[in-house]
Design a protein around this ligand. Structure first.
Ligand code: MG
Length: 170
């Protein structure tokens, strides 16, 4: 049995993960407008991953016979002008998601909810990777993005990303 608090936090996380998908879909749109289809592809794949994250939280609640409450997904708030804007906004957003998942973990520790802790372990690791990827993209853009040829090569590289389903299954 999940406690009310843990269950509520897990429900809220569903909305946050769907918001992430929505945010990254917006980044993908922005890059299509800029003619950077590789960057657009990278964020579209990222959006698919976020959808998967939301579904994992949803499935975990179902598996534990907890009520799933879907809430409104907000309008993506990032103002995008420069090609670097989505990259910086993505890192800030992933740091926020990390803190959100850590907060659920803390609640699970308080409630001695070992099952939820084990479920969240995958997400704790995943967030480390998300932040590393976001930081890596910013560094690459700073190094190569100011030169047209470098930007072209980077766009080609990001265009090669393909979707893979999450390694966690429930
Ligand atoms: Mg996520």
């Amino acid at each position: 049995m999940l406690t009310e608090k843990v269950s509520q936090l897990l429900n809220d996380q569903i909305t946050k993960e769907f918001y992430s998908a929505y945010l990254y879909l917006g980044f993908s749109n922005f890059y299509v407008e800029q003619g950077l289809n590789g960057f657009a592809n990278w964020y579209q794949v990222q959006a698919q991953e976020e959808w998967d994250h939301a579904m994992l939280f949803l499935q975990y609640l179902r598996n534990n016979d907890a009520k799933v409450t879907l809430k409104a997904i907000g309008k993506p708030s990032a103002a995008l002008k420069d090609n670097k804007d989505p990259l910086n906004a993505a890192l800030a957003h992933e740091q926020y998601v990390t803190s959100s998942i850590h907060a659920i973990y803390e609640a699970a520790v308080e409630e001695k909810d070992y099952r939820t802790m084990q479920f969240l372990d995958w997400f704790v690791k995943e967030q480390g990777e998300e932040e590393a990827n976001a930081t890596d993209l910013i560094k690459k853009m700073e190094l190569f993005g100011s030169d047209a040829k470098g930007l072209y090569m980077l766009d080609q590289e990001l265009g090669a990303r393909t979707y893979t389903a999450p390694s966690l299954t429930l």
